[in-house]
Design a protein around this ligand. Structure first.
Ligand code: SAM
Length: 271
């Protein structure tokens, strides 16, 4: 196993034990926080914001790149019961647990969840109407390879949407930063600012590219959650009664530990 794959395994193995308690949400994203202190609500909202440009109709085929525990696929199917989803993930226990959930909800006819790397999939060209990557593309080796693969897999007229983590503006890739990047399983090749990100999408062939900086709705809350839970999700809500003067420090610590300083939703089309 290469270093990068073992970093990824370490990150999610460290998380595994946190997700065995029945009251802990199985969502694995930081959430979009607005008028709530509930983890599940914030995670659902992040998905809603990410797919808001998808006009999902009967028969739409969605590729879910990095499905976590599959809760987002159940959520999408509750809202759009007549679409079909193929999800890909590389972590065995997540694939197994997600498939249990799909069986339990009796959604096997609608969702196929596979263990496959999203940067080199087994699918033929132009299979999907939508490609979705909720807080997963920063892990891919590389994100740029994923852009090319997503473009290949989309039908003409198809759309891509990503909720994604970026470093802070003017980040410095020193030894400490690289250590944190390894800890987060983020390949060094994925570190660039939003302008380069959009340029790489354009190079992959995408058009109508739009980015939205949602850092303020995500990162302060992720920092509060990290402080409360020692890094991983361990409660169903967060305490918002934090002294505002502390938030800046929490955010700085969060960025230092995770390398994440910006958070965007990016959408684009294949013409
Ligand atoms: C932060 S989690 C987000 C999970 C989910 N989207 C959610 O919001 O709950 C990132 C996910 O991407 C998956 N992932 C990372 N690299 C991948 C790859 N190369 N191919 C497929 N999935 C990958 C991880 O296993 C994990 O499930």
């Amino acid at each position: 196993m290469d270093n990068f794959s073992s970093n990824l395994l370490n990150v999610y193995q460290a998380a595994e034990k946190n997700f065995t308690k029945s009251d802990i949400s199985l969502w694995l994203n930081f959430g979009y926080w607005e008028n709530t202190n509930q983890v599940e609500k914030a995670c659902e909202k992040l998905l809603d914001e990410t797919i808001s440009q998808f006009n999902i109709v009967k028969g739409s085929k969605i590729l879910d790149a990095g499905f976590g525990f599959g809760v987002q696929d159940v959520y999408i199917l509750n809202k759009f019961p007549e679409c079909n989803i193929v999800g890909l993930n590389v972590i065995d226990y997540q694939v197994a647990k997600a498939n249990e959930l799909i069986q339990e909800k009796n959604l096997q006819e609608k969702v196929l969840l596979l263990k496959e790397d999203v940067v080199s999939t087994s699918f033929a060209n132009e299979q999907f109407d939508f490609v979705l990557a909720v807080e997963s593309a920063f892990h891919f080796y590389t994100r740029e390879n994923f852009f090319k693969e997503a473009y290949r897999l989309l039908k003409p007229g198809g759309k891509i949407a990503l909720a994604d983590c970026l470093p802070q503006v003017d980040f410095v890739m020193d030894i400490e930063f690289k250590k944190a990047a390894d800890f987060m399983a983020i390949p060094y090749q994925n570190y660039y600012e939003i302008e380069t990100y959009l340029h790489k999408m354009k190079n992959a062939g995408f058009e109508g590219i739009v980015s939205r900086d949602i850092s303020n709705h995500v990162l302060p809350y992720a920092a509060i959650e990290m402080l409360a839970s020692n890094g991983w999700r361990s409660s169903s809500s967060i305490d918002l009664n934090i002294d505002p003067s502390l938030i800046d420090k929490l955010l700085k610590d969060f960025t230092k530990i995770t390398t994440i300083g910006k958070y965007y939703i990016i959408t684009a089309e294949k013409h």
